[in-house]
Ligand binder design. Structure first.
Ligand code: SF4
Length: 702
């Protein structure tokens, strides 16, 4: 129910990492009107079809409205006592590493902040990881290696100001539609602006491209090492910038020269035309204002971190960073993957962008929290966490706002793990999901429109999500549930009066003993109070007393101890599993335009279902012929890890040897359609991000 029939609420879209501003108001008949917020600097009034359909997704059908223990409705007291008592008992018997939190880029920053504080400062384990591990942890690791901190240098305006946008592994037209619209509009105004798309598939994004390079899946490092070598050979290098602001060029060049060879050998390795490759290299070489934007096609790989650094290396060599219209740009998947990074909601991070492995940072955080202990070693990353649960090493897991039985790789292993786990707690807005079927305790959480807090989008812009709907049933905010459990476990430090107090503590920690030594700084947002927090306008961090910051590194200072950025050598590595006789094709997974994640919200909208109503396997007609399947008919898609049934289609953009299956459908919408069950659980050794884009697969008659 609306809190106020007349008022318009300015809030933020809960789906992708573009982070569009939304105006929400309720009509007299109770229907929700949603429109883009013209004053929001990320979308200037535009919304994509998912954002526009938000009003169709806020009904209470399927909602989890009351706490449940072992399938029975119970009071909050009973549920939280079971959670706190269960966690306490397991910690006392088996130590802090026997419990874990698996959280989500759907949480608000304040939820994330208290979850991280509970685990790292009070329980004393870093066993808190997030589904953001699955989408952008390779970018985090690449940024840290190059810049000394996890920093996105650019903003959306830079895309519009650039003369060349290179999109790598990103179907931006479908997955980040408002960013794509901004690029399209800029290109319309300045037709000389070029767009290059690097993607094995010919996606909708390619329709706007001046050049599409359909590289062989997994060859991105080869391509960018080749570019680095080409630029260096042809003297396309900002020598002054490299000397003043970078280190390790020689080592990196040696690897790039050695692995890339000449343009012909790179073209052969990437299976693209030599002339096309040369055109791209020349275009990059002669264009000063270049943005290289990348997304899951780069990150979701067993070489994801190296792919990220191979891109950044090219920008460092040419000094194309820290100035308008240029730089490497990681486009995040989820609405608050960035906010999670800020509070340290990953198993290998601390808080406020500080490091678990840095004794001074641990001291700062523990002193600020006045906490009894501080985790001092990395916890288990997502895939390893669920392995440890199956092995009985982790005995309790609290899952928040995510559906790992659908979304993690080797998802049948996740099922086995949860079946064996002593205590599974799930905080969710939806009652019946593939994951919640395994939960001993279900805790009803507030959803979009019902909760208050902040999110941070791909360009570091912090925006408010505001409440305009009454809490349904007995649902509560995630931060509030976590704090209640913490207090029941006997921990002080969780007595926040409201959500603005959580944000204030987060902002104060970012500025605590900082003195400019760390980039993440919200010092200008300290002490907002309830009214100031309510009125908080979208702002890009770092935020000082003089305001936000659109672009980083304008002063040439990076965050390694010597103030210099690092070139990182990126040796070429093939994907972990190659196709063979039994599984001759490569499975690529990803999103479709009008659905989000496992469809618990977008699946409610008839308008969104119109676009693509059912799961499919998209493949080349010749591969279909060889596999004995036909377009329009059902086929079994099988890998060494699992199988599902989907309808065959020829979208036209799939190269020979590849198939594409969307990530969204699951047991609630189509039987036997969890794509996670197909995906190999191989991860990048540095970031821990799974290889969602390269699993050997076979398609056969059903
Ligand atoms: Fe929401 Fe992303 Fe669409 Fe913007 S582009 S309206 S953030 S789904």
């Amino acid at each position: 129910a609306p809190l106020s029939a007349a008022a318009t609420t300015f809030t933020t879209c809960p789906y992708c990492g573009v982070g569009c501003g939304v105006k929400a108001s309720t009509r007299p008949d109770g229907q929700l009107d949603v429109a883009g917020d013209e004053g929001h600097g990320s979308n200037y009034g535009k919304l994509c079809v998912k954002g526009s359909a938000l009003g169709e997704t806020v009904d209470l059908h399927g909602r989890l409205l009351y706490p449940k223990v072992d399938g029975q409705r119970v009071s909050w007291d009973a549920a939280l006592d079971r959670v706190a008592g269960g966690l306490r008992r397991i910690i006392d018997q088996h130590g802090p590493d026997a419990v874990a939190l698996y959280v989500s880029g759907q949480l608000l920053t304040e939820d994330y902040y208290v979850a991280n504080k509970l685990m790292k400062g009070y329980v004393g384990t870093a066993n808190i990881d997030t589904n953001s591990r699955l989408c952008m942890s390779s970018a985090v690791a690449g940024h840290k290696r190059a810049f000394g901190e996890d920093l996105v240098p650019v903003c959306y305006e830079d895309l519009e100001q650039s003369d060349l946008v290179v999109l790598v592994g990103s179907n931006t037209a479908w997955c980040h539609p408002i960013i794509f619209q901004r690029i399209a509009k800029a290109k319309e105004a300045r037709p000389e602006m070029k767009l290059v798309v690097i993607d094995p598939r010919r996606t909708a994004t390619c329709e706007l491209a001046d050049l599409h390079l359909p590289v062989k899946a997994g060859t991105d490092v080869w391509l960018f090492n080749g570019l680095l070598s080409f630029l260096h050979q042809h003297g396309v290098m900002d020598t002054g910038f490299v000397e003043r602001h970078t280190a390790d060029l020689a080592r990196t060049m040696a690897i790039a020269d050695n692995t890339a060879g000449d343009v012909r050998s790179v073209a052969r390795a990437c299976r693209i035309g030599e002339a096309d490759l040369l055109e791209f290299y020349r275009l990059f070489a002669r264009t000063e204002k270049v943005i290289t934007a990348f997304s899951q096609g780069v990150n979701q790989s067993s070489a994801g971190t190296d792919k990220v650094n191979s891109i950044i290396n090219c920008h460092l060599l040419t000094g194309r960073i820290g100035r308008p219209g240029m730089g490497p740009f990681s486009i995040t998947g989820q609405p608050n993957a960035m906010g999670g990074r800020e509070v340290g909601g990953l198993a290998n991070m601390l808080a406020a962008h500080m490091e678990l492995g840095n004794a001074r940072h641990r001291d700062i955080v523990q002193e600020f929290w006045d906490s009894p202990r501080i985790a001092d070693k990395p916890g288990l990353k997502a895939v390893d966490l669920f392995k440890a649960i199956e092995e009985g090493k982790v005995k309790a897991v609290w899952i928040m706002a995510t559906n790992p039985v659908v979304s993690l790789p080797d998802a049948d292993q996740v099922k086995r793990a949860l079946e064996k786990c002593e205590l599974v707690i799930s905080s969710d807005i939806i009652e019946k999901t593939d994951t919640n079927g395994f939960a001993h305790v279900l805790l009803p959480a507030l959803g979009w429109g019902e909760k208050d807090g902040t999110v941070t989008n791909s360009e570091r812009r912090i925006s408010r999500q505001r409440r305009f709907l009454a809490a349904p049933g007995e649902a509560r905010a995630d931060w509030d549930i976590i704090c209640d459990v913490a207090r029941r476990m006997g921990y002080s430090g969780f007595g926040f009066e409201d959500v603005h107090a959580v944000f204030d503590e987060h902002a104060r920690l970012s500025a605590y003993r900082n003195e400019g030594s760390r980039c993440f700084d919200l010092g200008g947002l300290v002490g907002l109070g309830a009214a100031g927090f309510d009125a908080l306008a979208p702002v890009q961090w770092p935020v000082t007393a003089s305001g936000g910051t659109a672009r980083l590194f304008e002063d040439g200072r990076y965050f390694h101890a010597d103030g210099k950025a690092r070139f990182v050598p990126t040796p070429v590595r093939a994907p972990a599993h190659a196709p063979d006789e039994q599984y001759p094709l490569i499975l690529n997974t990803g999103r479709v335009r009008d659905q989000w994640h496992t469809m618990t919200r977008t699946g409610k909208s008839p308008k969104l279902a119109d676009h693509i109503p059912e799961p499919f396997v998209d493949m080349h007609p010749q591969d279909a012929l060889l596999s004995g399947v036909r377009a329009g008919e059902l086929a079994r898609v099988a890998t060494r890890w699992g199988s599902l049934v989907a309808r065959v289609q020829h979208g036209g953009g799939i190269p020979r040897g590849n198939v594409f299956v969307p990530i969204h459908w699951n047991g609630q919408f189509a039987s036997d359609a969890r794509v996670g069950s197909l995906v190999n659980p191989i991860v990048d050794p540095i970031s821990g991000e799974p290889e969602f884009k390269h699993t050997p697969v076979r398609v056969e008659e059903f």
